[in-house]
Design a protein around this ligand. Structure first.
Ligand code: 9G3
Length: 566
């Protein structure tokens, strides 16, 4: 490819709407262009990267015994009604109508479609197991599309669906996929962790996430360096260290705390350490006001609360409703004497003589004890895990990492096959629902994640397996015949050897060419300058190293092959 013909408009400035580095660099390096919020054009260089990511995924899915098909994006409403999900997904689902006023969805995922497809043509256990996948655009009308390809409204996903006759079969399919995913992310040279997406540290896990480590990632995971435990913070189980409940209960006391609102203020005012304070949060769960009590320095995990209450709607109660119910407002709330149900975090159930609001402005209670001073509706693990918590497996202290979820695999069981009455006949001729699994990789998101993990201040550093081109040849001056001829010769030699090469034949200053080569992230740069050429040598530089080396013209192809094999 000659750079003068390449459609790759690079930018000097950082576009203002780009908040994270991958969004900034993909825009500046001419890899993506926004069509509308959350919808992008993949420019030629991005398209080459995506093709390579897709091919690595295809090779591993095919190796695991799956077959690739391509399902429609336009999906009839009927199949979503059959699964009962047409009403579940509101504005997030892109919907459209045809000329006959029939309704359709733009596919956000394909469980419904693939289940109805397989149900129509698979009737016997002898046809199982079956693994079908596609690499296709998906549509989800995110409220706030942001971070470029990271959270788009149109994105490319590989989604695979497995169909088995029984749960043993599902476990086999699931494990094959688990291993295939590890091979994919290793081949992409991505640093990632597999995260149990369920809280249970023990027992069968219904799903796993593959999280690429990146400080700007939206996923927060806790992990243990000692064993391989890792879990999404919103699902990570918190184990309670044995609190010192040997401390005798002291008499409860109401104390004036004029103007003291926050835990810091009250703790300083009373001279009682912050970890002896609890905070009381008021929520509305399916219309009922409830109180939740956690230690003052902890954060409530709303996902855990919602799961525990098994409620559909959960949000913080409004201040006026709280004042009416509790007689006080935030900062003076406590669990003692409340009419509503009180849910207490595990950790608080092990605390003695703690401090809480008195449900009266400017008053707090000290020496409060659960059971004596108030009886909770329930005690449960409701807080966010934090750095330093104990690993539920080995007791080692946990660390926290941020990451980007690029893969997610699920054991679906009969969730869709029962809802849609998708069955096969088992060896006894009995009708049985398919046992399913589904397995996704965010392909366009993976490209962005690769940039998050592989860049420096000069631009992108593409991992060789997915680089848009392998080599860029930069003659420092195309007007100089000797330099141009040498560049053309090297270019032809590399192309004939199957090395994907760009020849920067632009009539530009060398500095501009170097900046562009670094920005677009080509792994190997060959510079042809007059001095070294006099000694029949050229300069070869790896994008991920600072220094370069001089190589004999006759040794260029061998050197390039050696670097690319590395
Ligand atoms: C919808 C809309 C958004 C959605 C879904 C359905 C997420 C939906 C979950 C999945 C699960 C797996 C197969 C590949 C891997 C992920 N957002 N999910 O089902 F209608 Cl609008 O997609 N699907």
């Amino acid at each position: 490819m000659r750079y003068s013909e390449l459609f790759c408009p690079t930018l000097r400035e950082i576009p203002s709407e780009a908040e994270i580095i991958s969004h900034q660099l993909l825009l500046r390096a001419g890899f993506i262009r926004k069509a509308t919020a959350g919808v992008y054009t993949y420019m030629p260089l991005a398209n080459r990267v995506l093709r390579k990511i897709m091919n690595i995924i295809r090779e591993e899915m095919d190796r695991a015994g799956a077959q690739e098909l391509l399902m429609p994006i336009v999906q009839p409403r009927e199949i979503w009604e059959e699964s009962g999900r047409w009403a579940v997904y509101g504005d997030e689902m892109f919907r459209l109508k045809d000329r006959h006023n029939r309704e359709f969805a733009l596919g956000p995922t394909h469980e419904e479609l693939i289940t109805s497809l397989v149900n129509a043509d698979v009737h016997s256990y002898r046809d199982l197991p079956l693994m079908l996948y596609q690499i296709q655009n998906k549509y989800r009308d995110e409220i706030r599309p942001r971070f470029g390809l990271m959270r788009g409204r149109e994105f490319i996903m590989k989604d695979l669906y497995s169909f088995d006759a029984d749960y043993e079969g599902l476990d086999i399919s699931y494990n094959k996929m688990y291993e295939a995913y590890r091979r994919v992310f290793e081949r992409l040279n991505l640093k990632y962790r597999v995260v149990e997406a369920d809280s249970g540290a023990i027992g069968g896990n219904e799903s796993h996430e593959f999280v690429v480590l990146a400080d700007t990632g939206e996923s927060e995971i806790v992990y243990c360096d000692n064993c391989d435990y890792a879990a999404n913070v919103e699902k990570a189980a918190c184990v309670v260290e044995k609190q010192d409940i040997s401390e005798p209960m002291r008499d409860i006391e109401k104390v004036a705390t004029p103007g003291q609102k926050t835990i810091e203020e009250v703790s300083a005012f009373l001279g009682i350490s912050k970890d002896k304070h609890v905070k009381t949060l008021m929520y509305e769960a399916d219309g009922e006001i409830i109180a939740v009590v956690i230690r003052g320095d902890r954060e409530l995990n709303e996902a855990k609360l919602k799961n525990f209450l098994n409620c559909a709607q959960l949000f913080m109660a409004e201040e006026n409703k709280v004042r009416k119910l509790c007689g006080a407002t935030f900062g003076s709330l406590g669990p003692v004497g409340l009419e509503c149900k009180v849910y207490v975090d595990l950790e608080v159930a092990n605390m003695r003589n703690f401090v809480c609001g008195a449900n009266e402005d400017d008053f707090h209670l000290v020496n409060v004890n659960l059971g004596r001073d108030f009886v909770p509706e329930a005690v449960a693990d409701l807080r966010n895990a934090v750095k330093g918590d104990k690993c539920p497996i080995c007791g080692n202290s946990l660390d926290v990492l941020r990451g980007i979820e690029v893969g997610h695999i699920f054991k679906l069981g009969t969730k869709y096959s029962e809802a849609m009455n998708a069955t096969f006949l088992d060896q006894n001729g009995k009708e049985k629902p398919f046992i399913m699994g589904c397995y996704g990789i965010g392909v366009s998101r993976t490209m962005a994640a690769a940039v998050e993990q592989n860049h420096d201040e000069d631009g992108i550093i593409w991992p060789i397996p997915i680089a848009p081109y392998h080599v860029i040849i930069v003659p420092v001056n195309m007007k100089n015949d000797k330099l141009r001829t040498a560049a053309e010769d090297i270019y032809n030699t590399l192309i004939e050897a199957g090395i994907e090469t760009i020849l920067d034949d632009r009539d530009e200053r060398a500095g501009v060419k170097f900046k562009d080569a670094d920005l677009i992230g080509i792994p190997v740069r060959i510079t042809i300058g007059p001095k070294s050429l006099q000694e029949n040598r050229v300069e070869i530089k790896k994008r991920w190293e600072k220094e370069s080396e001089l190589v004999e013209l006759t040794g260029v192809l061998e050197k390039v092959r050696e670097i690319l094999k590395g």
